[in-house]
Write a protein that binds this ligand. Structure first.
Ligand code: NAD
Ligand code: NA
Length: 396
């Protein structure tokens, strides 16, 4: 079957397995080119199939020779329908890891559930004994609470008042004004329930209770801050409340790990094109301007470059882990540089449908978006039949 991108709104319904394989190869090449990292050797990645979690898995495996277990929620291929991108990414990752002699197994299912936590615990017990790093990189619009059964939905809304600003439809390049209605009853609590720290703490509690965390084990979850331009809808909006909760949870987890000398960190990462971020109004316009400036200044990074720097220059330097005044690791430091932010703010005022392709990096945005689904990679023959029914035995 020849696979082409098929768009519906802001999502792509198809994914390309050979493109996903190329994406994994590129990420592995990058990590190898940067040299080895004296990091964790047994790693659990929750949210391992796309974005920052996938980059973390690749960096652990090919930077530190780590055994990895990946947990994610993806759709396998069925006759006539491609798999979701993260499924192909994981299949390709496992193939490369096994070829390099590295242990890699995956669990496909709802990480919020008790069942998937138990399955993961059983697998670690059977195969690894303990883990010394747990990466928590889930991004989900919903969570069914394992105790109450309530289905919580997260929303991206401002708090307290209507937010009006510019946005872009990155497919057409049309710049327009958008107004987002403020959070209503339950929106904040529901968003915190999905994207806050409760599930992270549940994972760590369950792993610790089963004695699966090695002495000195670390756990890292990812957060975002961003500029004042997006503050009302992001950091001071419903999702920001969830990130506040996630960041506070790091301290609670660290307290709970005192007896094994373990530690929990939140790393604040850069704004990047992912399936989640392309659905947030305003953010795509910000990202396309940000990319333009950061590329011009030689500061641009994708997920793999970000996580390589997180490991090599923050977590595994051999010294103390540098953190900000709130205890957070910052790898959004280049995005937040004053001159970068000033230039973005100026372009923001100027941006129109007519000039965006020139003053912003609309092409870079689109390329990244198509790359998420395995499209647009050099070295892939998209006119040829794709190997769409890839199967991987170790994905349970
Ligand atoms: P992503 O959508 O690329 O990855 C999400 C992962 O979570 C996937 O592996 C997916 O399979 C998994 N997942 C979702 N629901 C699941 C479930 N119920 N059970 C098991 N797995 C599930 O997202 P991302 O952009 O890499 O985001 C990861 C983290 O990084 C989030 O906390 C996000 O807020 C944060 N972050 C993102 C950005 C950005 O610009 N994209 C910036 C800074 C921080
Ligand atoms: Na991820």
């Amino acid at each position: 079957m020849i696979i082409e991108p098929r768009m519906r709104g802001f999502i792509c319904l198809t994914a390309h397995p050979d493109g996903a394989a190329q994406s994994i190869k590129n990420q592995i090449e990058y990590i190898k080119s940067k040299g080895s990292i004296n990091g964790a050797k047994k790693v659990l990645v929750i949210g391992a199939s796309t974005g920052f979690g996938l980059a973390s898995r690749v960096t652990s495996a090919f930077g530190s020779g780590a055994a990895t277990i990946g947990v994610f929620f993806e759709k396998p291929p069925v006759e006539g329908k491609t798999a979701s991108p993260g499924w192909y990414n994981s299949a390709a990752f496992e193939k490369e890891a096994h070829a390099a002699g590295l242990y890699a197994k995956s669990i496909n299912g709802d990480a919020f559930s008790k069942e998937i936590k138990q399955q993961t615990i059983d697998l670690i017990k059977a195969d690894l004994g303990q883990v010394d790093l747990v990466i928590y990189s889930l991004a989900s619009p919903v969570r069914q609470h394992p105790e109450t059964g309530v289905l919580h939905r997260s929303v991206l809304k401002p708090i307290g008042g209507v937010y009006t600003n510019k946005t872009v439809d990155f497919h057409t390049g049309k710049v327009s004004e958008i107004s987002i209605q403020p959070a209503q009853d339950g929106d904040i609590e529901n968003t915190v329930a999905v994207m806050g720290g409760e599930d992270w703490a549940m994972w760590i509690d369950a792993l610790k209770a089963a004695n699966l965390l090695a002495p000195g084990a670390q756990t890292v979850a990812y957060s975002y801050i961003g500029p004042s331009l997006t503050e009302a809808v992001y950091r001071k909006g419903t999702i920001g409340r969830a990130k506040d909760h996630l960041e506070a949870t790091a301290f609670e987890i660290t307290d709970s790990l005192k007896d094994i000398d373990g530690k929990a960190y939140v790393s604040v990462n850069k704004a990047l094109v992912t399936q989640a971020s392309s659905a947030i109004p305003v953010i795509p316009l910000y990202i396309s301007l940000l990319y333009k400036i950061m590329k011009e200044e030689g500061l641009h990074e994708g997920t793999i470059e970000q996580i390589q720097r997180l490991y090599a220059e923050r977590l595994y330097t051999g010294g103390d882990v540098p953190v900000d005044e709130k205890g957070r690791i910052r790898i959004d430091d280049w995005e937040m540089k004053e001159d970068v932010q000033q230039k973005v703010a100026t372009l923001w005022e100027e941006a129109t449908t007519e000039n965006l392709a020139e003053i912003g990096d609309l092409k870079g945005y689109r390329d990244d978006f198509y790359n998420l689904f395995g499209f647009g990679f050099d070295g892939v023959d998209y006119a040829a039949d794709a190997n769409e029914l890839v199967t991987v035995e170790s994905i349970k």
